[in-house]
Design a protein around this ligand. Structure first.
Ligand code: ZN
Length: 150
């Protein structure tokens, strides 16, 4: 990562921690799941309103490290308004990217700004922090009450 990329990455993470997007409880939601990452202590809840196969609304609550909160905040922005199939596709791309199997610079993707997590596979202990909310999102879609990264 060049130093300017590292700086941008840190700025975006700090900004989302200061002002997490779509943070709070979603009353009367259709789907929800709880996610826990025992390695780091990240603990979040994902709430969805799914209607006509579209993620009409998505919010989250909980507490976690900066990477977890930024990834969750950015995920809610990326998935709101997407169909379930589109959302699962973006999940697959994000998941491959954090494992180092998709490289946004050369592989096609629809990750947008989420591509800034592309080097996290070099820090295995942080991969679960970045991926927790995504696994919890899929858990909510599948009506699983809780998801653990262990
Ligand atoms: Zn964490």
């Amino acid at each position: 990562m060049s130093s300017s990329n590292t700086e941008l990455y840190q700025q975006v993470i700090l900004e989302h921690n200061r002002k997490p997007r779509n943070f709070g409880k979603l009353e009367g939601c259709t789907n929800q799941s709880e996610g826990y990452n025992p390695l780091c202590g990240d603990h979040i809840w994902i709430y969805l309103n799914v209607e006509d196969d579209v993620v009409q609304d998505i919010k989250f609550e909980g507490d976690g490290c900066a990477i977890c909160k930024a990834s969750t905040s950015m995920m809610t922005m990326a998935l709101k308004g997407k169909t379930k199939d589109e959302a699962r596709k973006i999940f697959d791309q994000f998941h491959k990217m954090v494992l180092g199997q998709l490289h946004p610079d050369k592989d096609p993707h629809e990750l947008g700004r989420l591509a800034m997590f592309q080097n996290i596979w070099q820090y295995p202990s942080r991969v679960k922090c970045a991926a927790l909310s995504w696994h919890t999102f899929v858990g909510a879609l599948n009506n699983e009450s809780s998801v653990s990264t262990e």
